[in-house]
Write a protein that binds this ligand. Sequence first.
Ligand SMILES: N[C@@H](CCC(=O)N[C@@H](CS)C(=O)NCC(=O)O)C(=O)O
Length: 194
Amino acid sequence: MAITLYQSATSMFCEKVRIVMRMKNVPFEIFDVRPNRQPLIDFSGQRKVPVMDYNGKCIIDSTFISAFLEEQYPQNSIYPDKPSDKGLALMLEDWADEVLNLAIRTLRRAETPEAKKEAEAGLGIHFRTLDQFFTGKEFIFGRMTIADIAIFTQLHYLYTAANYEIPATHKALHAWIDFMRRYLKLESLKASAT
Ligand SMILES: N[C@@H](CCC(=O)N[C@@H](CS)C(=O)NCC(=O)O)C(=O)O
């Protein structure tokens, strides 16, 4: 069985897939696309990462890769047990990948103090919701699922690549990010930002 993950180290979507693979103890090789994307384009016909080469089969997009891995390696499931919770977990995964991601990218690209303020206000709405989510809770569905992983990887990117600190007023969210970082045995946020 040969599995290669075409990735870049700082991409939040690649981090999401790496966490799923590690959670399921799937051995994989890494192909970093930053020096040269051409092998990725030749293999997948497009330029975005993550892409998984699973014994020659090409799977594009972190959500599809995660779902495929779940099918092949059902141990340590990334989805909650209850079917209604699974639907909610998939919604949250998509919300993190699309809505939260867009709010973070808007902040990262803000060029003026006004644009930054507006972007922070938009992101603040999500921080408040997540602060409520994680008050007194380690995982949304009782154990780690794709919902926690997708939300965490977007927020982690804020520190590692966008060099942004979530306001300290969001205490529960801060505590949760710290907890997830320790749980996933990730390097210090500050250290990985350099
Ligand atoms: N929905 C995709 C998003 C993938 C994505 O946007 N990847 C970015 C890196 S974070 C990328 O490869 N961008 C390169 C480009 O657009 O040329 C997923 O979940 O995998």
